[in-house]
Design a protein around this ligand. Sequence first.
Ligand SMILES: Nc1ncnc2c1ncn2[C@@H]1O[C@H](COP(=O)(O)OP(=O)(O)OP(=O)(O)O)[C@@H](O)[C@H]1O
Ligand SMILES: [Mg+2]
Length: 765
Amino acid sequence: MAGRKEVTQQTSTNHDDGRWRHLSVSVPINHRPNHNTSTQIKQKPIISNNMPPSKAKSSSSSSSSSATKKDEIQQSKSPAEFFAEHQSIAGFDNAGKSLYTTLREFIENSLDACESVNVLPDISVSIEEMTQKQFNVLRGVPGANSPGKKVVTTTDVDADATEPPNNDSGNLSSKDSKKLKDQKKTIRAGGEAYFLITVRDNGCGMAHEAIPDLLGRVLSGSKYGVRQTRGKFGLGAKMALIWSKKSTGVPIKIKTSHVKGVRGGGGGSLLNEDGSRKIGPKVSNCVLDIDIYKNCPRVLEHTQQTNTEQWIGTEIQVLVAGNWTTYKSRVVQYLQQLAIITPYARLEMSYTNRSDEKKGMNLRFERRSEQMPAQAREVKHHPSSVNNLLIQQLLEKTSTKSLIKFLTNDLSGISPSVAKKLIERLGNTYDEDMRPDELDDKQVTRLVQLLRSTQDLFKSPDGGCLSPLGEYNLNLGIQKVIEPDIIATARDKPGAYDGHSFIVEAAVSLGGKDAKEGITVVRFANRIPLLFEGGADVATRVANSKIKWSSYKIDNKKDKIGVFVSIVSTKIPFKGTGKEYIGDDITEIQQSVKRAIQNCCQQLRAHLAKRNALRDVKERKSRLLKYIPDISRSVFGILDGMRKRRLEEGDGFERIASPRRRVAGSSPMKHFKTSHSSMDAIMNDLSTGKLSEDAIKQHLTEAVEINAIAGIGDKEDENGGKSKSNKDESEREPLFLVPLYEEAKDSRHVIRHPLFDFYPIGSAV
Ligand SMILES: Nc1ncnc2c1ncn2[C@@H]1O[C@H](COP(=O)(O)OP(=O)(O)OP(=O)(O)O)[C@@H](O)[C@H]1O
Ligand SMILES: [Mg+2]
């Protein structure tokens, strides 16, 4: 491994609220192309520290190692150059992903800009696709039609398909047609084109003089510090500029209007005395390029005009290569999920294709809530999150004059009494009044060790500085976009890991528009949708393996389950460089996610018990109704047979019953004994036609309906208790036939169902 060299950038500069700054970066160097840059090249070879001296010596002195020596030349790179070379680190893996990430970075900057001044976001995104030809015309590229590596669109493919084949007869041989098909396949697979992207917002805007550094110098931004923001690294917008520089060579255009002193929640008021929003007097226009090797902005145009439109916000325009065909669904998915997590924003996206109007599309997510989450506050570092470097930086920058003041003012969660105890524990080389800059390296190390190991004395970081979306908004966002059948939301108590506070909110939904069977996990971090690398994410892992869905009456294979997990923190512990997932190795976060999902499931269980009861009753009802015609016919047939025999044999009833007569007192049917008079009444109703097959049918149908309604309420209680609607024996009602015989010894042939007992002739003996 080659050596590391620190490339130091300017460390602070003059934004109007003094908040934005540049960072230093240390970059590893392996190989470097031989171009003329500002990079320092020292010829002294580096000997690896890991090698034993003898080996190192022989290695450096070996005659066959000229190549190795070349590799070992120490070089340094600017951060811009490093990220231009390793753009996949920032999510610019290929043309398609770069298009997606460019959009995402601009949209997230816009949301941050609106929320930093507490303004309901209005964000519009325009994407205009063009072919290489159109791009060349736009750019005035000479020799536009000359062959070269073609960057094509799917539109090209369609246009090609309608063009006559290039042979005299106008017909393609099968060989040619196969060749053409293969070509089209290749083109489709590539599908890259050029995209003019414009993102416009109504946020805080940027101060005129700050624009070049904010957008033209890698690792400069206004969002450093212990605060929940979407942006963090001071990199996103510059990566878009670097990608445009690499893929099209076109600079970025910025138009912005800004009110001095209102950015980032600090400084002046946002409103005029009459309650209207303050508008900046000027609009700035800037055309910006970046010098990759010096990591500094190259300003091509920078002007200011009077703000005649009375407009405030920012509009950024960039022309990049991309691939809409393969990333369209990702862009749409991103906007849908963004609409869930920011229901208080109005988001608009229009896609146009210069070659084919029909391919255009518009997406619009209206604002559903005027309730914005409270602004996130910047907090001080918690003692359990410090390290040597951080304490050294804080000691250098502090305005306090004593160690005790430094501990209580510059770190959070340390009261004066705790600070005294700490200083006592540090030993007699420390005292309360020593100046912070008096601490030497060893003393700093001892202080850090003590701070990190004395957790019990400090107040744990609380979630007060964070800005979670809120259950109301989360619910609203999901309703708006997914339209589920049922939804439950929950927020777990604030937690902390490594001195960083976090809050987990979750929602579990069932059913909904385009919902798929099984579990679909939707993840958010600091209110950004995370679309990639979901399998390893803490939310996915917990939902798939730590929740016992069946105990909440949810079938995780057949039910359409949506699991939404939103984590906000002063520092999101992203895994990997792509900022796409949070690992499940931080126990505090993993358990908080589990508790939040379980809480939602518990709420759903009560609803689901009712839903399942309703479904069971419906099924039972339809089963019973199916048999009613047959049963009615049989019952009527039996009764009518009895009536006819009675007519033929005079007092027929007695005689029919007599062969099977038993001692009345021993019959289990004694409760249902039918008197002669009621049997006479039945026979009479049969003769007059009052008791017909239809009447029996109607009676049975009504009974099933009444029982079904009663069954909904008592099928299952909230705790998943046993069903009561399977009425016990004594509650079931007999149908006319029950007491045909005075006693029934054998009831094996009795047909029982929840409402009635049927006793066909000859079975009840
Ligand atoms: N639409 C905007 N409105 C106002 N300020 C903006 C806008 N876009 C960018 N900025 C400013 O430019 C700075 C740099 O933006 P950039 O996206 O490069 O980095 P970041 O948002 O700070 O961090 P990250 O790299 O994580 O996105 C921001 O910190 C912000 O101050
Ligand atoms: Mg950003």
